[in-house]
Design a protein. Structure first.
Length: 198
């Protein structure tokens, strides 16, 4: 039967070989996939809460990949591995490692030099990493969890609310989120900050 997926505005379609990476072959519909991914993500949230994350470990390529694997490893074989093809969004896949290193270095600089507030640093990181689009799928949720981890474990703040939504379903909250991302793409980070806090 295969995997029948419907993509919302701003979601990344999977290539056929990426769809082959599905570990649970009984999943055929989008709703089922969303449920299994959400359960996996909840396990990843538990892991972050109980693993006593050290700030110096968070801003590393290893942690960024490990978090994606924790979020999606029960569902996808390729969880935690960079994508190997270009998508409708994101940079050229061959540039992911370089762009991610640049983002990590920039973020460390912002922290050391108090370039932005803690909230703005977390959201700027989130925006840049989702624009890079490191993985075949799950980049939005991964980038939001990274922002939450940065604000809590590096700065001692509270997780963002993200409108109490997983932002996967097509609704007005997702439209507001996509609009805030587009404004950030054009240099205005404030709507995305407000959305994260909302």
């Amino acid at each position: 039967m295969g995997l029948n997926l419907k993509y919302a505005n701003g979601q990344t379609p999977l290539d056929e070989d990426e769809k082959e990476g599905l570990k649970i072959k009984a999943i055929t519909m989008q709703g089922e996939l969303d449920e299994f991914e959400q359960l996996n993500i909840e396990k990843a949230v538990e892991w972050t809460i109980h693993s006593n994350l050290k700030p110096e470990k968070i801003l590393t390529e290893k942690f960024i990949k490990d978090l994606h694997k924790k979020m999606y490893g029960d569902v996808w074989n390729w969880a935690g591995a960079y994508r190997k093809s270009d998508k409708n969004i994101g940079i050229n896949y061959t540039q992911i490692g370089i762009a991610l290193k640049s983002l990590i270095d920039d973020t460390k600089y912002w922290i050391e030099n108090h370039t932005y507030t803690p909230v703005e640093i977390a959201i700027r990181f989130k925006h840049r990493i989702v624009a890079i689009h490191c993985f075949p799928n799950g980049n939005g949720r991964h980038s939001r969890m990274m922002a939450d981890i940065i604000i809590e474990f590096i700065f001692g703040g509270k997780f963002f609310s993200w409108h109490q939504s997983n932002i996967v379903k097509v609704n007005d909250i997702r439209k507001e989120y996509i609009a805030a991302l587009r404004k950030a793409d054009n240099g205005d980070i404030n709507p995305l900050i407000e959305f994260a806090k909302g």
